[in-house]
Design a protein around this ligand. Sequence first.
Ligand code: ATP
Ligand code: MG
Length: 317
Amino acid sequence: MATIVCVGEALVEIMRTERDRPLDRPALFGGPYPSGAPAISASCAARLGASVGFIGTLGDDAFGACVRNRLAADGIDCSALATDPDRLTAIAFVAYRSDGGRSFVFHLAHAAAAQVRMEQVPPGYLDETRYLHLMGSSLSASESLRETCYALAKAVHEAGGVISLDPNLRPELLPVERIRDVCAPIVERARIVMPSGEELLTLTGAATLKEGAHYLIAQGVEIVALKRGEEGSTLYTADGALDIPPYTVQEVDPTGAGDSYDAALLVGLSESWDLYRAGLFANAVGALATTRLGPMEALYARDEVLRFMAEQGRPLP
Ligand code: ATP
Ligand code: MG
């Protein structure tokens, strides 16, 4: 049983080994790397020392074993991680551009990851869940996964737990107007929303970030954690906006930074840290996540994160 539960797509990522190699022509790939936004958050939170569960589905194949072994090695409760004998493990093919942009080809809607059902969650699994972390990408992946996310959110919310949402908009999976619709029932229950700037504007239809954050707060969200890449993050609450300064790193691969940030913020909040402390820790974990190739290859234990923060002259207060 776990304090923090993540649900959604677990997949392998196959990435271009060089930048500016579009996916519509031949070039080399590397991988498989364990990935999937909710799986990254789960692994990161577990490595930071939290008690974490992951609800998802893998195929009965080598890629599935790659992901399962990694989640288990990180100490995640895998009792709700199912294997679908009839479908392959989901795959994301990713190409990076020099301007920092990415493009994806997803094998997801027809893969094992899209088939997640409440029946695979063992009785009592959610009894100690205080945080349920959901992703817009999961809500966009398939009806089965979306309905399971909704049912889990209802169960955890009604039991007094915190629902958090990372919009993680992936227009490759669903048109953005639809993503807004599928996120709406979760936004209604969410206490924490963790978007990037572009996601905040798209999700709310607001003209500015401040307006977008206030729109969510007016709907009952308590914390809007705006992720700002190398500029750090801003935490909006009913009391105002709190800018959290960034850490400086040599970015190698940005994938997974946002998901790692989410995890670290939840870990801090679950330990009753104040907002600034949790935000600073999350900035450090997000920054560190960009320092190695592969979405889950730069997740660190808590003592390593604390050492990094101290070395950078901005230790955890
Ligand atoms: P993704 O969805 O691609 O994982 P995101 O857009 O949700 O990413 P980012 O803003 O890229 O999230 O990263 C999350 C957090 O990680 C940032 O708020 C920041 O604190 C930290 N971070 C990310 N990139 C850098 C960087 N290059 N330098 C310093 N900190 C970074
Ligand atoms: Mg993100």
